[in-house]
Design a protein around this ligand. Sequence first.
Ligand SMILES: Cc1cc2nc3c(=O)[nH]c(=O)nc-3n(C[C@H](O)[C@H](O)[C@H](O)COP(=O)(O)O)c2cc1C
Length: 346
Amino acid sequence: MKTAVTKLFKIQYPIILSGMTGVSTPELVAAVSNAGGLGILATGNLNIDQTRRAIRTIREITGQPFGANIPLMLPGAEKKADILIEEKVPIVNYSLGKGDRLSSAVHSYGGKVIATVVTHKHALAACRDGADALIVTGHEAAAHGGDVTSLVLVPSIVDAVDIPVIAAGGFADGRGLAAAISLGAGGIAMGTRFMNTVESPVHHNTKQASIEKNVHDTVYTHKIDGLPCRAMQSKGADRLIRDRIPMIRALFTSRDAANAFGFPWFKMLLGILVAGWAKSIQLARMANAYKPIQISLAEGDVQDGVLLLGQVTGILQDTPGVSELIERIIAEAAAAVNQTTRCMEQ
Ligand SMILES: Cc1cc2nc3c(=O)[nH]c(=O)nc-3n(C[C@H](O)[C@H](O)[C@H](O)COP(=O)(O)O)c2cc1C
């Protein structure tokens, strides 16, 4: 299968594993890249040493192209970006920040850059900053999709930019892939679907929840981690949404988050306290969400924890292996296109 995305990244299929914190581990990344897609490592909860080790582990288990995701607003992101550059990661995917410096550094060793965006403004800024492709994330997505649905956001950004677009948010099968290509995208990135695969490291209960939940079982609010975010409805999510004292709670929770990012706690706490009221609340909520999100993924406690989950959870019915899933999606996409062609000819 050939699209602008397969050509740009020299991959067989235009199917991308989103960089999901706590999910997109070296093993899952390699499984997707080995199956002909593009695996993207999540570095959100890795410290500097773990990031370097994860990149080297991927190289040991696959010779195929892979990427690494870096959310630029997280503490310590600059130092982590330097590791991606030192290790010459072939494809760097940034989100939540300005990528001009990163893009030129990655281009200097021949790497490619994908910017994740949820608005037109950010799509155009990423193009000016030198991105080679965009992941355009619609409202349906787990975690930080925008407020416009993929069906509208993807073609509108396709029309506005002249670099390849990867559609994200609401994609889980071949019908979705065929639809994304019809909208002008060169491929799809999937989070929720890949989280529920054999090679995904998340707890069995969590995979099972993604099969049992339906399209109405998620919430979208900035009160979970400070940014507009989609998660499964649960007691844990409700607790964060109703929290009236996020700043006070963050005095305690920020230590866990700081440890996970390998960032000095006092620096993180100071950062939260002096950021200005609105930003302080946002950072406090982010610190408070860190542990509940980890609990849902690693311990399978999807009720007291907070599970980031897309609306597409409502169409998942099984837990396939990555290779089986990718082959299935390609076959389903071909069938969807044939069916469309037959309808058009009648
Ligand atoms: C468990 C989980 C963790 C995620 N973690 C992150 C993250 O750390 N950073 C990020 O930018 N997106 C994160 N995402 C969002 C994905 O990168 C992606 O945008 C989203 O899953 C796409 O929508 P879909 O779930 O409908 O496929 C996460 C998604 C899930 C399901």
